[in-house]
Design a protein around this ligand. Structure first.
Ligand SMILES: Nc1ncnc2c1ncn2[C@@H]1O[C@H](COP(=O)(O)OP(=O)(O)OP(=O)(O)O)[C@@H](O)[C@H]1O
Ligand SMILES: [Mg+2]
Length: 210
């Protein structure tokens, strides 16, 4: 029996300022250049209801929520996003490129804020189900460099260096445990070199030339 083909659902993960939004634009352009239909979206958010939940998460004081509440809010927004945007687009044969997804909740709320990892993985299995990304690009950058690049000064940016170091370690652990799905990308290089690596990862995973 051969493994199911990976979904054309690609997620971009990494800490603040790692270059996720920049690289998603590059990959969307490369896929469109070969005639692919591409939907780009982001989390938390992506639908009107989920964007309202996003505002609860990215605005206000760092201690605004119990960490478990915060994890549930992320998964609540994700359930809306999956149902309204991601699953319909995949069913229509489109590629979906998503700026952050479930790995961010495991990294931020689990490794960063101390929510039990097994509880988060259980929620993930229920909410995400069969819609796990086919490929996850983990943009890995020293925490200080990412925070210096980041353009906003919102709730998560204010959570302190130790928090950001824990979540960077978390992303690396998640990637090491799922080597088929996750590609760790050295994001401390120039934008073009990173985009080239990402095209190579897509070619390797999906067998399409970009
Ligand atoms: N490889 C790179 N080298 C130098 N600067 C970069 C690189 N990639 C992106 N940048 C710049 O760093 C800033 C942050 O990049 P970007 O917004 O893509 O990161 P992000 O991961 O989406 O950040 P956030 O977590 O804040 O959403 C932007 O000004 C962008 O132009
Ligand atoms: Mg961004």
């Amino acid at each position: 029996m051969t493994a199911a083909a990976p979904l054309r659902f690609i997620t971009f993960e990494g800490g603040e300022g790692a270059g996720k939004s920049t690289q998603i634009r590059h990959l969307a352009n490369s896929l469109r250049a070969i005639g692919a239909e591409v939907v780009t979206t982001r989390e938390p958010g992506g639908t009107p209801g989920a964007e309202q939940i996003r505002a609860l998460l990215v605005e206000g004081g760092a201690g605004r929520w119990q960490a478990e509440t915060e994890g549930l809010l992320h998964f609540a927004a994700r359930a809306e996003h999956l149902a309204a945007i991601i699953r319909p687009a995949l069913a229509a044969g489109k590629w979906v490129l998503c700026d952050r997804f479930a790995d961010s909740t495991i990294a931020y709320q689990g490794y960063g804020q101390g929510v039990a990892l097994d509880w988060l993985w259980t929620l993930r299995r229920h909410v995400v189900g069969d819609t796990e990304p086919g490929l996850t690009l983990m943009l890995d950058l020293p925490v200080e460099a990412g925070l210096a690049r980041a353009e906003t000064e919102q709730r998560y940016e204010r959570m302190g260096l130790a928090f950001h170091r824990r979540l960077a370690d978390g992303f690396r652990e998640i990637a090491a445990a799922a080597p088929e799905r996750c590609w760790l990308i050295d994001a401390a290089r120039d934008i073009t070199a990173i985009a080239t690596d990402i095209r190579a990862a897509v070619t390797a995973r999906y067998g399409i030339a970009l």
